[in-house]
Every structure is written in structure tokens, then in C-alpha cells.
Design a protein around this ligand. Structure first.
Ligand code: ZN
Length: 388
């Protein structure tokens, strides 16, 4: 259709589909309770507070409409205006917890978390001014992932109804948990091939630094390795770093070598960043003598941390390290402390450093850390990572 055709066509106002207030209200409650982690009591209070707010706003709108109409000489009864402006009880039966839960289940295929009793413990509680011992049951909640994948009907704007199914696209865990989930060896110390995404052996990991220097694992190969392991046993299991066939493989569309992303806590902040910083501190403190360890620790001690930042532990120096037979700066930090240390180091010691290649290299590591920790990722970012 050309623009001319469009101009010449009479504009036909399509009647707006009536808004299903109950569904919209239920979606609102689901979204807010999820974002704010509200309890059932919290949702009840949210319903009454929101209704009060809507009542106040609609009353003010009705007054304003009344004033404008009377200025224009139109007289309509106050009650009629209020009836038009007031949306009524927006939550209706959704204010009741039991109705709400059954509505969520029916309308949105909501899968109810199943409570699993982990055990009981005794706790002193005060009842009617008296201290009594009470048995408390501790629960965890299990959500049946497969139940969340069952199809539901999606009605398109033209009335066509499509059946839509969910799919598992990735499973998130730390390194040992993800290895376990994928059927790989949890501890890779004795495995020849140590990575669940590529076929790297220990020597490769020490000398190769670019992703394209490694051979990626593929799902077809993985299935062949599993066949070998199931027939031949232990030897192939050690060669490929695989223990058993993960049930995840049976899910349609899942690639076991790609769907278990590495966690930055173990791989970056508890590994690469610590080694990198130890080497950097040796260079800037012992070799170049830009600053002393005391100056760095004083910076760490006196920096004004925000309530979100975990203060890094002081760095100590061990002259008797047996491992690398030379003095080493010990960074005994948790991943969250390490994250702060990497981020803050330029502010703490940047002023002492001259033009220095090792420092430039650290700034690249810092950019990588910034990028992998960001809440939003742009499609260009992986390319930038490769460039770094
Ligand atoms: Zn790898």
C-alpha cells in the first residue's frame, strides 16, 4: 500500500477491545509482589492502599470534570460524573488470597511452589507474656520446572490462537554445581579436558589466551563421548571430563555445552583477578617501587566505603612462600571483596603509577570486570571483549 492509498482511505475507527480489569489487576499484583518480594499480607495491604489511592484520584478527577462542565454550561448530576470517573473496586475478589492464587493458576498457568519440609527446630517465643518453647518447621520451596513449560493459548490481535510452549535455555549455578548438573566432573583436577565448553587441556589453559585458539565441544561429540563412557567406562570419563548423561540432554533445544554459563565469582574474582593482582602488586611494589605495601593498605583502610561495598581485607606479604619460591602478596579476599578491590585500585594507587605496561594490562582486566558485571549487555559488548 502506498502513502497515497492510505490517505485516500476513509479512517475507520476500530472499536477498542474492552479491558479485562480483573486480568490487568492480577498482572499488576503479580508484577509488584514479585519485584518487591511481598508476602500474602503485603499483597493484601497493597490492594487496600492502591484502592484508597485510586478512590482519591478518581474523586479529584470527578470534581475537575464537574467544574469544567459547569463552566461550559452543561449540567450533569454529581453522582453520574462520579460513576463515570470511578473505576469501582479494581481488585474485587483478587483481594482474597485463595481466589487470587486460583486465578493466577487458571489465567497465567502459574505453577505453585511446593513446600518441602527440611526439618524442625525449637525456638523460644513469647505468648501472653510467657516464654514457651515452640517447634518450628523449616521449609524450602520447589518449583516444578517442567510444569512451567506446559503450553498455553496465546490469542493474537487478529483472533488467531497459537499454542505457546516454554523451553529451558540455560541453567545457572556456580562451577561445581553446573558441572554436576551437566554430568561433567565436579572437580576437574584429575580430568584431562577440564572445560565443559571446549576441549582445553591444562597446558592449553596456561599458554592460549584467545577463544578461537580452543576447540569448542559440540552436542553431537558429547553424545559420542557418552556412548564411549557407557561402554568403556573410567578411562574415557577421565579423558573427556564427563561423569554421566545429564537428564538436561533430553530437553528439546538444549545444548549441554552452551546452556551452563560459567560464573564470574569462581572464574574471575576468585581466580584470574587474584593471580593478576598478585603479579601486578609484585611489579609496582617490589620491582618498580612506585609505592609501598603500607601505602596501599592505608588506602584500603581509610577509603570511605558505601553501605553496598564490602571492605577488602588488608594485603599481607609472605617472604617464605614455598610455592613459587619468591615473596608473594597475599590477597585473602572473598569474591565480593575482590570485586571492590579491582574496581577501587585505580582510585587508591593510580596516583603513584607512572606510564606502565603492567598497569595498562590491569586496566584492561578492570574493563573486562566492568563489562561482565554490568546489568545490561549491548550486542556489541562481546566484540569489545574480544578486542580487549
Ligand atoms: Zn573452555
Amino acid at each position: 500500500m502506498t502513502d497515497d492509498d492510505r490517505d485516500s482511505e476513509p479512517t475507520m475507527a476500530t472499536p477498542a477491545a474492552p479491558i479485562d480489569i480483573e486480568r490487568e489487576s492480577a498482572l499488576f499484583l503479580m508484577r509488584v509482589s514479585d519485584e518487591l518480594s511481598l508476602t500474602h499480607n503485603g499483597i493484601d495491604k497493597l490492594c487496600s492502599a492502591t484502592q484508597w489511592f485510586i478512590d482519591s484520584v478518581s474523586e479529584s478527577v470527578a470534581d475537575s470534570v464537574q467544574q469544567h462542565l459547569s463552566k461550559s454550561g452543561i449540567s450533569i448530576s454529581e453522582n453520574d460524573i462520579k460513576e463515570v470517573c470511578h473505576p469501582g473496586e479494581v481488585f474485587g475478589k483478587l483481594s482474597s488470597r485463595y481466589y487470587r492464587e486460583s486465578y493466577f493458576e487458571d489465567a497465567f498457568n502459574y505453577v505453585k511452589p511446593e513446600p518441602i519440609c527440611l526439618g524442625t527446630e525449637w525456638e523460644w517465643v513469647t505468648k501472653n507474656g510467657q516464654q514457651i518453647l515452640q517447634q518450628i518447621q523449616q521449609y524450602e520451596y520447589y518449583i516444578d520446572v517442567f510444569a512451567t513449560l506446559k503450553g498455553y493459548d496465546l490469542t493474537l490481535a487478529d483472533g488467531e490462537v497459537l499454542k505457546v510452549y516454554g523451553a529451558v535455555v540455560c541453567a545457572v549455578g556456580d562451577v561445581p554445581a553446573s558441572n554436576f548438573l551437566g554430568g561433567f566432573k565436579e572437580g576437574v583436577g584429575f580430568a584431562l579436558r577440564k572445560c565443559r565448553m571446549c576441549l582445553a587441556v591444562k597446558e592449553d589453559m596456561a599458554v592460549k589466551f584467545n577463544a578461537d585458539s580452543f576447540i569448542e565441544r559440540t552436542l553431537e561429540q558429547h553424545k559420542e563421548y557418552l556412548d564411549l563412557i557407557e561402554i568403556g567406562g573410567q578411562r574415557h570419563s577421565v579423558t573427556y571430563g564427563i561423569n554421566n548423561r545429564s537428564p538436561l540432554i533430553n530437553l528439546a533445544g538444549i545444548d549441554i555445552n552452551k546452556c551452563l554459563p560459567y560464573d564470574i565469582m569462581h572464574t574471575l574474582f576468585e581466580a584470574v583477578a587474584i593471580h593478576h593482582l598478585q603479579a601486578l602488586l609484585k611489579h609496582v611494589i617490589d620491582v618498580k617501587k612506585y609505592l609501598t605495601l603500607a601505602q596501599l593498605n592505608s588506602g584500603l583502610r581509610t577509603y570511605e566505603y558505601s553501605h553496598l561495598e564490602v571492605k577488602p581485607s588488608p594485603i599481607t606479604k609472605d617472604d617464605n612462600s614455598y610455592h613459587i619460591k619468591q615473596s608473594v602478596h597475599f590477597i585473602n579476599s572473598l569474591a565480593c571483596q575482590m570485586m571492590n578491590l579491582v574496581r577501587l585500585l585505580p582510585f587508591l594507587i593510580g596516583k603513584f603509577i607512572d606510564d606502565d605496561d603492567h598497569w595498562e594490562c590491569f586496566l584492561i582486566l578492570r574493563s573486562i570486570c566492568d563489562m561482565v558485571c554490568s546489568f545490561e549487555v549491548h550486542p556489541d559488548n562481546p566484540a569489545k571483549l574480544a578486542w580487549l
